[in-house]
Design a protein around this ligand. Structure first.
Ligand code: GAP
Length: 508
């Protein structure tokens, strides 16, 4: 199965099993906006809680905030979003389709990367076991030519983007002979900047309404509350403020399912530190955040850092934690050393001093900030794509199993009476009642036990508990493991501890 087919299967499975639906589905959806169904909302809540627990509950010096989505319009002037939160866009005059100009170039680069991969595959077949990939890609003339081509294009794009040279970006698209994927033509408009913020009106038009924005990131809700929280929480630098919540961006290229959405959720933390210590803290959070990902038990090869060479004007270090999605390694989380840019800028625009008096050094300063920022929906997609597994079983049958980390699975346990009679449903409900205050449980008595196991596999329930006649005699049940399909017989009183152990974070 190629990556495209694999991705299609994941999106189809997400819909079929109540994880993700297109928004307003009965009206044929709304582009790049999605709803989470009965299983999706559980998975999403669990990811959010797993993050909140690791960031807030497990750190004495990090507290939370829940700021409003609507904010004073000057916030977005101060943050730079009004002037600089733009993407370069270009329209094809024949198809009337709009594209992000830099993405058209990046897609062109991806095609050249595909050519390299094909050369590697061919060579692998030719050389068999003796094949040394490293050596091949660093010596093969054709591959080296492709690599040089990529480097030249990337450099031209980087220079044009850095200098806001829109004519230069258009020239690059023309020089590369990029065609519109819909019309196939090269009939392009000029490249223009397009602000990604959604604007709306607050107050009635008659009274002279104010234009305000739907927040494009949650971070600014933290910065504007810095002083309130530092003072009322008597927080001492270094300390952090965490927030989860919706953000909105009018993305031009909105595709790849929930990877890039127009309405999405972020989980962000701003960590305020003494100036001069920020690069140490940056290193700390870079490592700590990767550990968080690995604590879910996902193989380390699925993650990599991508350190930014090109830094935003306010940052002095930045890295992405990338995840291997079905369409390749892509940004999952960003860790940025944002200096004192945001607090200083809000000080300037608001006229309020956003400083900290450090009792240890007896001086006041504007704290520097390390930010960790992860998209909840993107993490959701990472988990869906990691979990989706098709397996051929020994008896020749097949199953689709969602191997979610147990801590994130929508349901932790399914309670299954073997048959719908002989007092088994009553006993099953009695066992379930003991577990529901602590764990999401699903009760199922319809269909054969095999069919019920398959349904639970498809939504990723880590444990199935079967109640049979022996349960009535000695209170024992069988517990089936989703991944190994092994079954053990245990006393029902042990279930609490078994489930607890199953969902505990892995130590890394
Ligand atoms: N406050 C910093 C900030 O917002 P960002 O790199 O623009 O930085 C942070 O976004 C994270 O938010 C990304 O790593 C990604 O996981 C998520 N994200 C950004 N735009 C998104 C979109 N349109 N749809 C889904 N997730 C998105």
């Amino acid at each position: 199965m190629n990556q495209e087919e694999f991705f299609k299967k994941i999106t189809a499975h997400a819909k079929e099993y109540g994880f993700v639906f297109p928004s307003s589905d009965i009206y044929d959806g709304l582009s790049a906006v999605y709803d989470y169904g009965q299983n999706g909302v559980e998975l999403k809540n669990n990811i959010r809680q797993y993050w909140w627990k690791a960031m807030v509950q497990m750190h004495e010096n990090i507290v939370g905030v829940d700021a409003a989505i609507f904010m004073h319009p000057t916030v977005w002037k101060a943050s730079g979003h009004v002037d600089a939160f733009n993407d370069p866009m270009i329209d094809n005059k024949d198809s009337k389709k709009r594209y992000r100009a830099d993405v058209l170039v990046e897609d062109h680069i991806a095609k050249i990367e595909d050519k390299i991969n094909k050369e590697v595959e061919k060579a692998k077949k030719r050389f068999g076991d003796a094949f040394d990939k490293e050596q091949f890609v660093s010596t093969n003339a054709r591959v080296l030519g492709y690599k040089q081509e990529i480097e030249d294009i990337s450099h031209r794009l980087y220079v044009a983007m850095e200098n806001n040279d829109l004519a230069g970006i258009k020239q690059l698209i023309e020089d590369l002979g990029i065609v519109c994927p819909i019309s196939g033509s090269r009939n392009w408009t000029d490249v223009r900047q397009f602000n990604l913020m959604f604007a709306t009106q607050m107050g009635s038009l008659a009274e002279g309404a104010n234009e305000i924005y739907l927040r494009p990131e949650t971070a600014q809700g933290i910065f504007v509350n810095y002083l309130n929280i530092q003072k009322t929480g008597r927080m001492k630098v270094p300390f952090g403020i965490a927030q989860t919540g919706k953000a909105f961006r009018n993305e031009i290229v909105a595709r790849q399912f929930i990877f890039r959405m127009r309405e999405f959720e972020q989980m962000e933390m701003q960590f305020f530190v003494r100036p001069g210590t920020e690069l140490e803290w940056f290193k700390h959070w870079k490592e700590e955040r990767l550990r968080w990902h690995l604590s879910l038990g996902i193989p380390a090869e699925k993650y990599r850092y991508h350190d930014h060479e090109k830094l935003a004007h306010y940052a002095n270090a930045a890295t992405d934690i990338e995840f291997e999605f079905p369409f390749g390694f892509k940004e999952l989380e960003g860790i940025h050393s944002r200096t004192d840019f945001d607090l200083s800028s809000h000080s300037k625009f608001s006229g309020k001093k956003l400083q900290y008096f450090d009792p240890e050094t007896n001086e006041s300063y504007v704290p520097y900030v390390i930010e960790t920022s992860i998209g909840l929906d993107r993490m959701f997609l990472a988990m869906l794509s990691h979990a989706y597994t098709e397996e051929k079983l020994e008896d020749g049958s097949e199953r689709v199993v969602m191997k979610f980390p147990a801590a994130l699975a929508p349901y932790k346990v399914a309670i299954l009476p073997l048959v719908k009679k002989d007092g088994l449903p009553e006993k099953a409900r009695e066992i379930m009642e003991q577990l529901t205050p602590d764990f999401m449980c699903q009760y199922e008595e319809k269909d054969s036990i095999g069919k019920r196991y398959r349904r639970q596999d498809a939504i990723g329930t880590p444990l199935c508990v079967t109640i049979d006649n022996q349960t009535l005699e000695d209170n024992t049940v069988t517990v089936r493991d989703r991944d190994t399909m092994e079954q053990i017989r245990v006393n029902a009183d042990e279930l609490y501890n078994i489930i607890r152990n199953k969902i505990a974070p892995k130590r890394v």
